[in-house]
Design a protein. Structure first.
Length: 56
């Protein structure tokens, strides 16, 4: 199961910088996670100031 970033994302980039497999990138209105690369580690969720990443 991969993580998905909710619309609560404030585009701060904290999750992208911490992802150990570089599966997070900047989207049009929020950051997005590539589910084929995500290893479900939860690092993105632990560093997000608004708790936007959630298990899908």
């Amino acid at each position: 199961m991969s993580y998905k970033i909710s619309d609560d994302c404030i585009c701060c980039g904290a999750c992208e910088a911490e992802c150990p497999v570089s599966c997070i990138s900047s989207g049009d209105t929020k950051y997005v996670i590539d589910p084929d690369v995500c290893i479900d580690c939860g690092t993105c969720q632990s560093v997000c100031p608004v708790n936007a990443p959630h298990p899908e």
